[in-house]
Design a protein around this ligand. Structure first.
Ligand SMILES: [Zn+2]
Length: 219
C-alpha cells in the first residue's frame, strides 16, 4: 500500500500509527503554545481543563459521535479508530488540571489542526492527513466552540453557530469516507443515502442535545 491517490482500507498498524501520533501531538502541543507565547512575550496566564466525571461523559459523547461519523465508510478498523480520533484532542483532560497551559484547551486550536495535517500527511500520507483532520473537525463540531482557535496569537474565543457545526460534522464524515474509499464510491446510491442519513442524524443530535450537553458539562 503506497501513498497513491486511491485509498485503501485502514490496517491495524496504520490506524495505531495515526492515532498514536495524534495523541502525542495533542499531548505535546500545549507545551509548544507555551513556548511560542513566551517567545512573543505574552503575559503569563494559566488555562486549565477538568479531569472529573463530566470529562468522561464528554469523552463518551465524542466517541459515540465518532462512531456515527465513520459508519458510511464501512471500514471495520475505522469503527475502532474513528471514535479514538474524534476524542483525542481532549487528552489534556488527563493532565490539564495539574500542568499550567498558556491558554485553555490548546489542541482545540487551528494551528494544532495545521500541525496535525502536516505531521500525519508526512508520516502516513494523504489518508493519514485526512483521518487526522476528520478527527479534529469531528470533535470540534460537537464541542460547539468557545475555544481560543488562534491561540497564542489571539486569546479571543469563538462559539460556533449550529449551521457551522453541522457543516464541520459533515466535512468530517466525508473526510473519513474518502480516507479509506475511492471518491467514485460516493456515487453509489447506498453510500449517498448512508452519508446523507448520517449527516441528518448529526444535525438533529447537534440541534437537540449537543450544545446543551456541552454547556452543562462545560468541557
Ligand atoms: Zn473538546
Amino acid at each position: 500500500m503506497g501513498r497513491s491517490a486511491q485509498p485503501a482500507p485502514l490496517t491495524l498498524r496504520r490506524g495505531l500509527l495515526i492515532s498514536g501520533l495524534f495523541a502525542l501531538a495533542a499531548f505535546a502541543f500545549p507545551g509548544l503554545v507555551d513556548l511560542v507565547a513566551l517567545v512573543f512575550g505574552q503575559p503569563w496566564h494559566v488555562g486549565g481543563s477538568v479531569t472529573s466525571r463530566p470529562a468522561l461523559l464528554d469523552a463518551g459523547w465524542h466517541a459515540a459521535i465518532g462512531l456515527l461519523m465513520v459508519l458510511p465508510a464501512r471500514d471495520p478498523r475505522l469503527y475502532l479508530f474513528g471514535p479514538v480520533l474524534t476524542t483525542e484532542i481532549d487528552v489534556d483532560h488527563l493532565y490539564g488540571a495539574y500542568l499550567p497551559t498558556e491558554v485553555g484547551r490548546p489542541a482545540h486550536d487551528l494551528f494544532f489542526l495545521l500541525l496535525l495535517v502536516v505531521l500525519l500527511g508526512t508520516v502516513a500520507g494523504r489518508a493519514g492527513a485526512m483521518l487526522g483532520a476528520a478527527g479534529w473537525l469531528g470533535h470540534v463540531s460537537v464541542d460547539g466552540g468557545g475555544f481560543p482557535f488562534l491561540a497564542p496569537l489571539a486569546r479571543a474565543t469563538w462559539s460556533l453557530a449550529l449551521p457551522l457545526e453541522v457543516a464541520l460534522a459533515a466535512l468530517a464524515v466525508l473526510l473519513f469516507f474518502f480516507a479509506v474509499r475511492p471518491s467514485s464510491d460516493l456515487a453509489s446510491r447506498r453510500n449517498t443515502v448512508t452519508v446523507g442519513l448520517v449527516i441528518v442524524a448529526l444535525a438533529v443530535l447537534l440541534a437537540a442535545g449537543g450544545p446543551a450537553l456541552v454547556q452543562t458539562v462545560g468541557v
